[in-house]
Design a protein around this ligand. Structure first.
Ligand code: ADP
Length: 162
């Protein structure tokens, strides 16, 4: 039984994240989507809200569970008895950060492997931050996030007219 962990901020989960989760869920027996508790507490949505939105969005995938974690990812991986970290890659610009993170995690826990899944071209521009910024200034983001996220964005982020 192979369990993989897909960690991230998911603030909020987007269609790009869902695509990666779907592909990973089809490759491994279990996928655990792990929502990072932001130490700086500067996230738009609380860790509870981020988990609820992720659970709703991934309900069609029976082998996916959603949890949160604090602190070092490799400690969480060991606690959850998983040796596979899933990360999504959009463009070359993701690579440097992701590569550094993977190297750091390997130094900390050599038994853990990071797997990268390339996104679909139609999601290559999507990021949680981009969606929040576009939404704030009146952009149409309805097709970029699941319906539950869209509804909560409308409740959480007041429109700006400038
Ligand atoms: P972090 O805050 O750790 O960068 P995110 O929640 O933004 O995490 O993203 C988690 C993972 O999902 C990262 O590996 C990121 O590259 C990937 N990701 C984010 N958006 C997309 C997307 N549109 N397509 C594919 N992967 C994505």
């Amino acid at each position: 039984m192979i369990r993989a962990v897909y960690p991230g901020s998911f603030d909020p989960i987007t269609n790009g994240h869902i695509y990666i989760a779907e592909r990973a869920a089809s490759l491994f027996d279990e996928l655990l989507l792990a929502v990072l508790v932001n130490p700086e507490k500067n996230s738009t949505f609380s860790v509870e809200e981020r988990q609820i939105m992720a659970r709703e969005a991934l309900i069609h995938l029976p082998n996916v569970t959603v949890k949160y974690f604090n602190g070092l990812l490799v400690n969480f991986m060991r606690q959850e008895q998983s040796r596979i970290i899933i990360r999504g890659l959009r463009a070359l610009s993701d690579f440097e950060y992701e590569f550094q993170l993977a190297q750091m995690n390997r130094q900390l826990a050599p038994e853990i492997e990071t797997f990268f899944i390339a996104t679909d071209a139609k999601y290559s521009y999507l990021s949680s931050r981009g969606i929040k910024d576009a939404f704030r200034f009146g952009g149409t983001v309805r097709d970029m996030v699941p319906p539950g996220v869209y509804r909560r964005l409308r409740e959480r982020i007041p429109p700006t007219n400038s």
